[in-house]
Write a new protein. Structure first.
Ligand SMILES: Cc1cc2nc3c(=O)[nH]c(=O)nc-3n(C[C@H](O)[C@H](O)[C@H](O)COP(=O)(O)OP(=O)(O)OC[C@H]3O[C@@H](n4cnc5c(N)ncnc54)[C@H](O)[C@@H]3O)c2cc1C
Length: 388
């Protein structure tokens, strides 16, 4: 490399952490700024499906000991994707043969983030919330943080998620829509549960169920290779629906205590197959929280400068394709490659190549996730705009 560009990453989620590893391994001077002191403070979900795209990106950017840690803390591979009606009649079923015992097909979000942080302690600054930046005439970018701290870099990467402060300044017109679906997230710890009571498909992979009232449920196992110290194997249990189907406004849903929220999930599955209702009723009510599903509608190219974006910051999408984190990982691998190959002189060319390729594949994944959301949730057009 002709020079050593200073790269500032804002956001220590899946994409930012992966990029930090890729750049650091290549000798790039990188710092990562994360607003939260506790990385698991904001709850986004429990289980993340990892596709071959994500798996390849992880293999590309992670140093061997970190990659090993991700494999060790991942779930044992699942081999099924299936759909059911609410009476548990199979609507479709697709099996995926497990070819490698060390395959990564799903992770627990908290354990994954912890594994991805391995070895990055020296370059992460926590408690740094970016509030704005200025691109100087000489190419340097000045970052401003809520605590008054300032930093300078040759490249700023906004990896700061769906409510990105970097995007708000760089692409203020990028539309992010509330697609109208709310998820009530829960989990059922499997310790002490008779696994024979659980429909076998639920322990094999991702299963989606739906009734004729527009209420859906997703169930998927997290069976650890090596469980974290704090908790063990569990089933992710999720109820989905529009506010109308759930019979609650956002003010009501987001104001409920976890136990009340999960009570709603149990109530909505009361007439479902008893095996499903029993599982929902056995889930940990204290683990419940609501999530709003958002998506962009498209990504238009922008004039390349020294500030770019990756992951949900630039292509927020519904989880219906199981692809948001995988695409963020793909972005991280591509951007690490481009920045590593570039000297200080042609950084903007490298960023332009990254943006062109990323916008191409990410646009297709966003469209797919919206199509899947239509099929799964029956929403045809996002009904309301959302600011974060
Ligand atoms: C319910 C649900 C289920 C999902 N399931 C899947 C799945 O199975 N497979 C899949 O591929 N994807 C899934 N996704 C999508 C996936 O979670 C996201 O696409 C992924 O987390 C995006 O990673 P990211 O690094 O871009 O952003 P994030 O993981 O959101 O990380 C952003 C980080 O930036 C920090 N930050 C934010 N603002 C600032 C600021 N101003 N200054 C400093 N730091 C800041 C945040 O604290 C956070 O740590 C799911 C999403 C949801 C909501």
């Amino acid at each position: 490399m002709a020079g050593t560009p200073r790269v500032a990453i804002v956001g220590g989620g899946v994409g930012g952490l992966a990029l930090a590893h890729g750049l650091r391994a290549a000798g790039v001077d990188v710092r990562l700024y994360e607003r939260d002191l506790d990385p698991n403070r904001r709850r986004q979900g429990y289980r993340i499906h990892i596709s071959q795209v994500g798996e390849q990106a992880l293999a590309e950017v992670l140093p061997e000991p970190v990659h090993r840690r991700v494999v060790e803390t991942a779930t044992r591979p699942g081999d099924l994707l299936a759909g059911f009606d609410h009476r548990l009649n199979t609507l479709f079923e697709q099996a995926f043969p497990i070819t490698r015992p060390d395959a990564i097909t799903a992770v627990d979000r908290e354990a994954f983030r912890r594994a991805l942080t391995t070895g990055l302690e020296g370059i992460i600054e926590r408690g740094r919330e970016l509030v704005g930046y200025t691109e100087g005439p000489g190419g340097a970018v000045e970052l401003r943080f809520a605590d008054g701290h300032r930093a300078t870099a040759d490249v700023l990467v906004g990896a700061d998620g769906v409510g990105s402060a970097v995007r708000a300044q760089l692409l203020p017109d990028l539309e992010v829509l509330d697609i109208g679906v709310r998820c009530l997230y829960g989990r059922l710890p499997l310790s002490g549960i008779d696994r024979d009571r659980i429909p076998p498909a639920f322990l094999r992979g991702f299963c989606f169920l739906a009734d004729e009232r527009g209420i859906g449920a997703a169930v998927a196992p997290v069976l650890f290779r090596e469980p974290p110290a704090e908790y063990g194997d569990y089933l992710m249990t999720v109820l989905t629906g529009t506010n109308d189907a759930l019979g609650r406004s956002d003010d009501e849903l987001f104001g409920l205590a976890p136990e009340e929220l999960w009570g709603l999930a149990v109530e909505h599955t009361a007439t479902w197959h008893p095996a499903v209702h029993d599982l929902m009723a056995a889930a940990d009510p204290a683990a419940a929280f609501p999530v709003t599903l958002r998506s962009c509608t498209g990504i238009d190219p922008w004039p390349t400068g020294r500030v770019t974006l990756l992951g949900d910051a630039v292509h927020p999408m519904t989880p219906a394709a199981g692809a948001g984190a995988n695409t963020a990982l793909r972005d991280a691998a591509l951007l690490a490659r481009e920045l590593t190959d570039a000297g200080r002189g042609d950084l903007v060319d490298a960023l332009a190549r990254y943006e062109t390729e990323m916008i191409g594949y990410a646009s297709e994944v966003v469209r797919q996730s919206l199509r899947n959301a239509e099929q799964m949730f029956g929403v045809h057009r996002a009904p309301a705009e959302s600011g974060s």
